[in-house]
Design a binder for this molecule. Structure first.
Ligand code: FAD
Ligand code: FES
Length: 288
């Protein structure tokens, strides 16, 4: 009889920056069926929120999965305060529709902030499928740039931009994408993961070139099983549930404006809960 796994232990934990941590978690059933583009829902304890995070890596032999989390609010900060040897109450997954990986030619992967971690398994899979992979990584500053070495290893070329010019070229990821078009690079597909506003501008930049472009959407999720409707997104004029139909969608068909509005709906409550967390733990977290 099927017996759910009871203990999801953190086997390794590594801080990649002040606000971003990598967790390697024992979850053999998930590791066995994980594919690029899948995500999991983490629950730290009985009182915590259900937090969706992308599977960055997995090891079927060791039975482990890797997630990389940016402290952006109360729940992500709470998870990043966990240590090696701590246990999650629950890890559900793999969830979502995996990305269809095939040989298309030249694939450009564009990751912003913690989206770089989410892009990594997709870029790696396209490289393994025989594509030329160009990775564009963007971060606010050098300290927030993650997985440069790992991404370099699976890319034919890597371009880096930082908002403040502290590393790579000063500017944003769409500047680097424009350079690729200007030098005549024939781009067959673009995958982008990061802040909604960044993905919206990537979609606007690729549309005049008719380059097929896919964005991984990050709406607020509750059950992540297609039941609650919390993650509703508008794609091609129709409503889709990002948790089951996505999270990756044709970026040229996504209504980014309505998604930006929906994701800000709980801002007041989120800020209040972050303030209470900071007061309780006498700390300052997030990027605010
Ligand atoms: P909150 O207090 O809930 O929010 C703090 C701030 O973050 C607010 O400004 C709010 O508008 C914004 N926010 C809230 N929820 C989201 C969201 N879903 N996406 C973007 N901004 C949000 N994060 C990672 O660090 N690593 C990942 O690999 C990762 N993968 C994801 C995969 C999917 C499919 C989805 C839907 C989200 C993913 N996220 C990932 C985002 C992560 O789930 C949110 O950052 C987290 O739920 C915020 O919870 P919080 O309580 O810490 O912050
Ligand atoms: Fe409930 Fe997607 S999170 S339907």
């Amino acid at each position: 009889m099927y017996k759910p796994q009871e203990k999801y232990e953190i086997i390794e934990k590594r801080d990649l920056s002040d606000v971003i941590s990598e967790h390697i978690i024992y979850a053999p059933l998930i590791a066995r069926s994980a594919k690029p583009g899948h995500f999991v829902i983490l629950m730290k304890d009985n009182n915590s929120e259900r937090i969706p995070v992308t599977l960055v890596d997995w090891n079927k032999d060791k039975g482990t999965i890797t997630v990389i989390i940016q402290s952006i609010g109360k729940s992500t900060a709470d998870i990043n305060s966990m240590k090696k040897g701590d246990f999650f109450l629950n890890v559900s997954g793999p969830l979502g529709t995996p990305v269809e990986v095939k040989k298309v030619g030249t694939v450009v992967g564009i990751g912003g902030g913690v989206g770089i971690a989410e892009l990594y398994p997709i870029a790696k899979a396209f490289k393994e499928a025989g594509n030329k992979v160009i990775s564009i990584l963007g971060a606010r500053n050098k300290d927030l740039l993650i997985l440069e070495k790992e991404t370099k290893e699976i890319s034919d070329e890597i371009l880096i931009t930082t908002d403040d010019g502290s590393y790579g070229k000063k500017g944003v990821v769409t500047d680097a994408l424009k350079e690729l078009y200007e030098r005549g690079e024939k781009i067959d597909s673009v995958f982008t993961i990061g802040p909604l506003i960044m993905m919206k501008f990537v979609a606007l930049a690729t549309k005049p070139h008719s380059t097929p472009t896919y964005a991984s959407l990050n709406p607020i999720m509750l059950d992540a099983t297609g039941m609650c409707g919390g993650c509703k997104v508008e794609v091609d004029g129709k409503f889709k549930f990002a948790c089951v139909d996505g999270p990756m969608f044709d970026a040229h068909k996504v209504n980014f404006e309505s998604l930006l509005k929906r994701n800000n709906a709980f801002k007041e409550f989120e800020e209040q809960s972050l303030k209470e967390f900071e007061k309780k733990h006498n700390c300052k977290i997030g990027l605010h």
